[in-house]
Design a protein around this ligand. Structure first.
Ligand SMILES: [Zn+2]
Ligand SMILES: [Zn+2]
Length: 269
């Protein structure tokens, strides 16, 4: 649970059931439109409008159950980092805007020894209120390792200058370091952050001051796009998770390399 009620902000509030219903209605409507029918029926439109006017603001004053965001095993993730004796990283977030987190969800990291986990709940506790942007569609992940390179402005000056000279903005056919060659867009573990929204700022541990490292990225599809597995149909939407960070940015979560007990921090870019 997140009991940090004072930080919760009443934006885009809805319920998990309403988000699932919204997705069902729009999925059915998309199929109907492809078959030449109308997009939304009057009944569906009325249902969506009714769900949108429910006032849920008071509910953010109560502790909010966290939403499961990712569950990653050491055996599946080549660059897995975590305390000795753990083989499972669970990423959860408090699914409403936090004033103390730049109006993003507050991220929690839990490392576990999966062999030591006893009986589990049949279903995770469901929050009574969430932001409509922060409920992931459950997916199975098939991790694929990609080499990344540091954001250009964080490279040594001479290297950054050589890249500037090498990049050719006039020639669209030639790949560009920042957009094409260094950083993978979308959801990922490890790698580097793309600081193009604000330029880089220091991510230092609140407890010990150590420079934090990127561990997990939640992406949005709309602005920078996302990579789509080559096995998928070319016209398949890459937006399988249906989370949106800000106006289509990414939420980068950093951990402290000095101690896994120190709190993570996030940056939206
Ligand atoms: Zn919270
Ligand atoms: Zn620290």
């Amino acid at each position: 649970m997140c009991d940090d009620a004072g930080a919760h902000e009443p934006y885009n509030l809805t319920t998990p059931a309403a988000v699932r219903r919204y997705r069902e209605i729009h999925a059915a409507a998309a199929i109907r439109r492809r078959a030449g029918g109308e997009y939304l029926t009057d009944e569906e439109r009325a249902g969506l409008e009714a769900a949108a006017v429910v006032d849920l603001d008071d509910l953010i004053e109560d502790p909010i159950p966290l939403i499961p965001v990712a569950q990653l095993y050491r055996r599946d993730v080549p660059d897995f980092v975590g305390p000795d004796g753990t083989d499972l990283l669970q990423v959860l977030w408090c699914p409403v805007d936090h004033a103390d987190r730049d109006y993003n969800p507050r991220v929690f990291l839990f490392w576990r020894d999966s062999a030591a986990i006893g009986p589990v709940l049949e279903a995770p506790p469901e929050p009574s209120v969430i932001s409509k942007l922060y409920l992931p569609v459950p997916c199975v992940v098939h991790p694929e390792q990609v080499r990344e390179y540091q954001y250009a402005d964080l490279l040594p000056d001479d290297l950054c200058e050589r890249l500037d000279e090498w990049d050719d903005d006039e020639d669209d056919d030639r790949p560009n370091y920042q957009e094409d060659l260094s950083l993978a867009p979308g959801w990922k573990v490890g790698g580097f952050a793309n600081w193009s929204l604000t330029d880089p700022y220091p991510m230092n541990c609140a407890v010990c001051g150590t420079t934090q490292k990127l561990i997990f990225t939640a992406g949005s599809v709309d602005s920078y796009g996302s990579w789509r597995p080559i096995e998928d149909a070319p016209d398949a939407s890459p937006d399988t998770v249906k989370v949106q960070i800000g106006r289509g940015y990414s939420l980068y979560t950093f951990y402290c390399p000095a101690s896994f007990d120190h709190p993570p921090a996030t940056a939206m870019q």
